[in-house]
Design a protein around this ligand. Sequence first.
Ligand SMILES: [Zn+2]
Length: 364
Amino acid sequence: MNEPYSSSIAFADQRGQVADDLPQLMRSAVLVAPGHVEIRDVPVPRPGPGEVLVRIEAALAGGTDRKAFQRGHPQIPMPGPFGHRYAGVVAAVGEGGPDFVVGQPIMGVHTAPCLRCSMCAKERWSLCPHVMRDKVLGAFAQFLRIPAHIARLNLFPRPARLSAVHAALLEPLACVVHGLEQIVWRHVERVLVVGLGVIGLLFAQLLPRYTSAMRCGAGRRKRRIELARRFGLDPVWEVPAGEPIPADLRRRRFDLALECTGKVEGWQLAFDHVLPGGQVLLFGGLPKGTQWPVDCTRLHYEEIRLIGGFHFGPQDVLKARQALLEGGLDLDPLVDACMSLEELPEVMRRLSASEGMQYAIAPG
Ligand SMILES: [Zn+2]
């Protein structure tokens, strides 16, 4: 906590701390039903024991939010609070809460494992049943109350040099780190990133930390293809929706395919383009109940490894945070614009129309 920060501490003892200018009401987004989000006045929550109240400076609206808005999402109940990628400053700390000070810039994620269940004992933290059950949503609001178990494990100081918008990328970056940590990197010489949205472009930027392999990409949109090239993927093939795969890509095979489309076609393309002995990381989740027929001959006789990639564990969060603190990631191109909270319905419309890939919301 060596960074300078302004604070307005009303009291700071065993009872906790609270900013002296904390209002009674705030503006907060509610995801009412598919295609319908409202901004409402709701009470500003007060932190209970161990909890931290964050004044949101930036929350990110991206692919997960678009999916939830368009078709519902198994992990985002409706009607309910909306938004899960955030950064801000501490507005209040509950009794016995973490060692933060009101006004201090912070960054964090919206989940934490219980550290007590059988999955946590196996260090499979992303599979802890509490991770999704006890998460916090509601980052599209002026304030967000972070539950004690998350505040304790996955809420961190944020150096003043790291902007709130960049810091809010901690969550997707942790997911990407988790995916990369699952790969067996020995003898990986050629990698294909399938899908060049925010996740694919984060993979492109983190890959050199894990491998010196040749790194390639396949995507749909020209601007993202240009970004992928800037981030070191070469070659990058344009694969427009509904059109045949370019002949040059059809001939190629890779040791590793990182699937980031969340579409069956993307899963298939990734599977079709790995070599015998290859690995496929299936990162982009498909709608509940989706079935995907696999060529079992290839799966068996070519010993292809299909790897599910979901969420992250505490170690992944720490590595992702370290990457953000080090700098060197080119994050501005991954955020199309910064909008106000009142403009969230417009942001969701744009995301639904594939206008841009991710927006920052500044609730002000
Ligand atoms: Zn657990």
